[in-house]
Design a protein around this ligand. Structure first.
Ligand code: FDA
Ligand code: NAD
Length: 427
């Protein structure tokens, strides 16, 4: 038994929602498109899970953050999919794919065939067990990737109000969850192996600002070490986190954010995989011409970086690559090569930053690090290749984005420090 569709989107996350809207705008007929998702809800804006969803008062909840509200576009509720004749196959994991036969098989045994497949399977959270630790299945240890994880985190947070939490990992999840825990009146100790937080992006000077801000909110940092083991009570709940340097941290709960692994396994041996993702061309088309890949799972050429292929793990990239793939599918002649400007952001407490481009080359900081309005430029071969800004206005962010997009020439580096955002405003 099986069903057949012209277009199938595999995965029901951010990229799936933006792809669906683009399919409708480009003019698909009812019954042509199907979305298969392991999650039991229609596509939503995943960033809400570590921000509004974790607020103690008036938290964001579905249906308010279905895609595509994150880009100030239409909100696609289950009704929207019905009205446009799009089949939403929810709560359904695909267990195998056969790109030669153009079929997917679900965990329930159904075979779904396609003419064009858009792979939007995103990524899964890495488990502590993959780094040799044990016991992260305890009932007060949380990971955060999907709505079910977030609902579980909220319920554990509520039961630990006034208590302590250990956050393992100093990346995006660690920083955003630590802020949410503090807001929920939980004392936080953050543990990570690097010398400073957000090691993949922040310079030491930028990290110092955020760490000092977090410390002012009561967060304690233990850097340069990792978890060794957990100590549990008779019910199996973690009570103490023991670190490799011997430190013992008593706790009521643990949040783990130690990175992700893209969900490529269905296609290994069938499609070209590079840099951990499904390798696609500038039309988001994989090594099999009927299969496109978008979002966290895609490794695609970034024109700005001389067509070097990159895999990006950010929401804007998921939205733009999804739209580009659908445009290439529906209007092949009119679709040019993707020309994407990498864009990352975060919001914690009252802080908010944006970053554009690449963090390579020499860094020049500017602004007032005490007042919380500062930034940095990354310069390579005499040009601006990356720009970071905390506490900017919309116009400021547009200015730094444009400076990176145009790869502004820097004749006098001291001017970057002196003029800060104003330097970019002249782009
Ligand atoms: P996404 O993970 O959104 O969706 C993948 C979907 O595929 C899921 O629904 C999954 O269940 C499904 N799936 C996977 N395998 C399947 C299978 N075999 N069968 C069926 N379904 C399957 N970025 C940013 O720029 N700013 C931010 O503030 C944040 N904040 C943030 C918070 C949290 C908590 C997370 C986890 C992530 C972020 N991100 C972010 C990252 C951003 O959310 C991420 O880059 C996008 O969600 C990627 O979109 P995708 O559609 O590629 O994957
Ligand atoms: P990450 O890659 O941002 O950070 C991982 C952190 O874990 C790093 O500090 C790393 O050093 C640390 N780490 C690695 N191995 C460790 C170990 N064995 N023990 C302790 N620490 C270890 O990944 P993340 O924070 O887990 O985020 C997951 C995904 O969610 C990423 O794709 C991220 O882009 C996305 N996300 C993005 C945002 C945002 O853009 N604002 C917010 C939340 C999540």
């Amino acid at each position: 038994m099986g069903r057949a569709f012209v277009y199938v989107i595999l995965g029901g996350g951010v990229a799936a929602g933006y792809a669906a809207l683009e399919f409708v705008r480009r003019g698909i007929a009812p019954g042509e498109l199907c979305i298969i998702s392991e999650e039991s809800v229609a596509p939503y804006e995943r960033p809400a899970l570590s921000k509004g969803f974790l607020l103690p008062e008036a938290p964001a909840c579905l249906p308010s953050f279905h895609t595509c509200v994150g880009a100030n576009d239409e909100r696609l509720t289950p009704k929207w999919y019905r009205e446009h004749g799009i089949e939403l196959v929810l709560g359904t994991k695909v267990k195998s794919a056969d790109v030669k036969r153009m079929t997917l098989t679900t965990i329930a045994g159904e075979t779904i065939s396609y003419k064009i497949l858009v792979v939007a399977t995103g990524a899964r959270a890495l488990k502590l067990e993959e780094f040799g630790a044990k016991g992260s299945d305890a009932e007060n240890v949380c990971y955060l990737r999907n709505l079910a994880d977030a609902a579980r985190l909220v319920s554990i947070m509520q039961s630990c109000s006034g208590g302590n939490a250990v956050v393992i990992g100093g990346g995006y999840i660690g920083m955003e969850c630590a802020a949410a825990l503090v807001t929920n009146r939980i004392r936080v100790t953050m543990v990570f192996p690097e010398a400073h937080c957000m090691g993949r992006l922040f310079t030491r000077k930028i990290a110092d600002f955020y760490e000092a801000f977090y410390e002012s909110k009561g967060v304690n940092f233990i850097k340069g070490t990792v978890l060794s083991s957990f100590e549990n009570d008779s019910e199996g709940k973690v009570t103490t986190v023991i670190l490799r340097d011997g430190t013992r941290v008593p706790t009521h709960m643990v949040v783990v954010g130690i990175g992700i692994r893209p969900n490529t396994s269905l296609f290994e041996g069938q499609l070209t995989i590079e840099k951990g993702g499904i390798k696609v061309n500038s039309r988001m088309q994989s090594s099999n011409s009927s299969v496109y890949a978008v979002g966290d799972v895609a490794t695609f050429p970034v024109k700005l970086f001389g067509d070097e292929i990159r895999r990006l793990e950010h929401v804007d990239s998921a939205r733009q690559t999804a739209k580009h793939a659908v445009s290439a599918i529906m209007l092949p002649e009119k679709t040019t090569d993707i020309d994407y400007l990498p864009f990352f952001y975060s919001r914690v407490f009252t802080l908010s930053w944006q970053f554009y481009g690449d963090n390579i080359g020499e860094v020049i900081h500017y602004g007032d690090f005490f007042a919380g309005r500062f930034g940095a430029y990354w310069i390579s071969k005499g040009r601006i290749v990356g720009a970071f800004l905390e506490g900017g206005s919309r116009e400021d962010y547009e200015a730094i984005a444009k400076a990176v997009k145009l790869k502004m020439i820097v004749k006098e580096k001291s001017e970057l420090e002196k003029f800060g955002v104003e330097f970019a405003s002249n782009a």
